[in-house]
Ligand binder design. Structure first.
Ligand SMILES: [Fe+2]
Ligand SMILES: [Fe+2]
Length: 603
């Protein structure tokens, strides 16, 4: 079989040859020969050395030959001389190597003494009791820089006790020491032979500051993510309000004056650019832990007013007054006088601009850095996104309300009611729900859902709706279908659920006998109970083919005492009491609506 394995298997005749070649190539002698002849100088020396040995041996043999034949006097001298000649090639390299070693050791020792001096870190040698017996140049420099009195003051307070526990050969540390603004980190080592200590210390002020900034940035980032997470979790289109979220964002950005936690701004100026290019906005700060917006509107014309917010093309600008190359007083000139008045002495700031929105955050205390700027940008981007969502939500909400309005008005078109009837029923229902202390979202929802109570009338024939005289049995039956038609039109949409509920139940009676479900008491939804009284009051106030328009007083009398059509027991007593308690407001809603209607008609 023709396989790679078969190809690699050597033939019978080849095997011994290869083994012999491998043995020769792998031997030590061969390796030395290879090594020597690979280097021309060594090769020449080896050849010279060989010739020298041969000549010396030859001389030795000649001397020995002479001795045997002549027995001359100078035999010993010549014999020693010849032996020495043979040894010379061995003695010379030995002597050279020994001298070289001596020189190198001496030189190394000299450079090692300079090594700690050239070290940018602090280097100290301590005696067994902790007394500094050597300090390098950097340690002296650090003493000058920090103004400490001696090398001991540079070391951690308890270093004398601490060094007693050090295991020889095992580095101990890092141990931190703070002197003013300077942060040092030390490592201790023990020399077991001398019973002395070697100390190495590094200035980590910058590193410590960055670690601190990173920790704060991490905390801020975590807060921001939690904030975003919570907002998205609880996001509801109907209740979403941008202003409330702006205040919450400010709460994250502003300092509460405790001085703990992340570096936060003392004041924030939030401005929007108008079509003329001016920046308008308010300054926010925290008072007793709560965010407050200062009432004065600050308006800045960048072409005339000097203000830091207009600086730079970059979207983020951060500034510390120390870097401005001027005094703190001169630094103030870069800011609008109104901003200066509200904020006080400005030491540092960060601006972020995105589209037409600009945020200027003012800080005190430690320098602002890239982390602070990124955090501000992060929150601002998030805030802008919320603003965009809010605008879209508002747009959708308006479109929805417009559609709902149009639908409600279409249903009224064939009825005797005017367009204002549905607006008033909205207003009465809203007012009653408020008095009953119901949930705010329900109260708001009532304000646009009540108007759709008769939307089902679009399915009722116009002749029935407009008939002047009393309705026949089948006509009445058809008319009484409008609640169900309405609920069907409004369908299953969650946004129209309350409207559908109202459409279906606004003709039910509290004590029974209403339609279409003949429901009773609390079996009738509160929305239906509220709209029932609102709708009847408004119908009483208007002229109908079968009755004149009643005054407020008469309408209230009919509702509370009853007449041949209306029975007070039809109403929920609690709803009725709430309605009566705000009868002045109810009357005002009607009167205002009448005025509006008249002004429209006049136009
Ligand atoms: Fe109705
Ligand atoms: Fe109505």
């Amino acid at each position: 079989m023709d396989t790679p394995g078969n190809d690699q298997t050597p033939g019978k005749g080849q095997e011994p040859q290869m083994a012999e070649g491998q043995a020769r190539e792998g031997s030590v002698t061969w390796k030395i020969i290879e090594y020597v002849f690979d280097k021309p100088f060594l090769a020449a020396s080896a050849v010279g050395f060989g010739i020298h040995i041969l000549l010396a041996v030859n001389e030795f043999i000649t001397i020995r030959g002479n001795y045997i034949t002549d027995l001359g006097q100078d035999f010993v001298t010549n014999y020693i001389y010849a032996t020495f000649k043979i040894l010379i090639p061995f003695l010379i390299p030995f002597a050279i190597t020994s001298i070289g070693k001596m020189i190198t050791t001496r030189s190394n020792k000299t450079s090692l003494t300079y090594f700690p001096e050239a070290n940018p870190d602090i280097v100290m040698k301590l005696s067994h009791s902790g007394e500094p017996i050597y300090i390098n140049r950097s340690a002296k420099g650090m003493m000058e820089c920090t103004g400490v009195s001696g090398p001991e003051a540079l070391l951690p307070e308890n270093y004398r006790e601490m060094i007693q526990d050090i295991v020889p050969g095992t580095p101990h540390g890092p141990i931190r020491k703070t002197i003013g603004q300077t942060e040092l980190a030390y490592t201790f080592n023990c020399f077991p032979d001398e019973l002395a200590y070697f100390v190495s210390g590094r200035d980590i002020t910058q590193k410590a500051r960055l670690e601190d900034a990173l920790a704060h940035a991490h905390e801020n980032f975590t807060n921001m993510v939690d904030f975003l997470d919570e907002k998205l979790d609880t996001f509801e289109e109907e209740t979403f309000r941008f202003d409330a979220h702006t205040m919450e964002m400010m709460d994250h950005l502003l300092d509460d004056g405790t001085g703990s936690g992340p570096h936060r701004a003392t004041h924030i100026f939030m401005a929007e650019r108008d079509s003329a290019g001016s920046l308008k906005g308010h300054i926010y700060k925290k008072e007793a832990g709560r965010v407050v917006g200062l009432p004065e509107l600050i308006e800045i014309d960048p072409s005339q007013d000097r203000v830091a917010i207009t600086l730079g093309e970059k979207d983020v600008v951060l500034s510390n007054w120390e870097d401005s190359g001027s005094t703190l007083e001169e630094y103030q000139r870069g800011f609008h006088h109104m901003v200066r008045q509200r904020v006080g002495t400005i030491e540092r700031f960060i601006t972020y601009r995105s589209g037409d929105v600009a945020i200027l955050a003012f800080f005190k205390g430690r320098r602002v850095d890239d982390f602070d700027a990124r955090e501000l940008k992060g929150l601002s981007v998030f805030s802008n996104s919320l603003k965009r969502i809010s605008d879209k939500v508002e747009e959708t909400r308006n479109a929805f309300r417009y559609t709902v309005d149009a639908l409600a008005r279409a249903a009224e078109a064939n009825d005797e009611d005017t367009g204002e009837h549905i607006v008033r029923v909205n207003d009465y229902s809203h007012a009653i729900a408020e008095v009953l202390g119901l949930e705010q979202s329900f109260i708001d929802n009532m304000h646009y859902s009540a108007q759709m109570h008769d939307v089902g009338k679009v399915h009722v024939h116009p002749d029935i709706l407009r008939k002047k005289g009393p309705l026949t049995g089948p006509e009445r039956k058809e008319m009484m279908m409008h609640p169900e038609y309405g609920a069907r039109i409004l369908g299953e949409s969650p946004r129209l659920a309350l409207a559908a509920e109202i459409a279906l139940t606004h003709h039910e009676n509290f004590t029974g006998g209403g339609y279409p479900g003949d429901l009773k008491g609390n079996g009738i939804p509160i929305s239906g109970r509220i709209v029932k009284v609102a709708d009847i009051y408004d119908a009483l106030r208007q002229a109908r083919s079968y009755k004149p328009a009643f005054s407020h007083e008469r309408a209230m009398e009919i509702i509370t005492r009853g007449d041949h059509i209306t029975n007070p027991s039809d109403f929920d007593p609690e709803v009725l009491a709430a309605f009566v308690s705000i009868e002045r407001e109810i009357s005002r809603i009607y009167d205002d609506s009448l005025l509006r209607e008249k002004s429209w008609t006049a136009k």
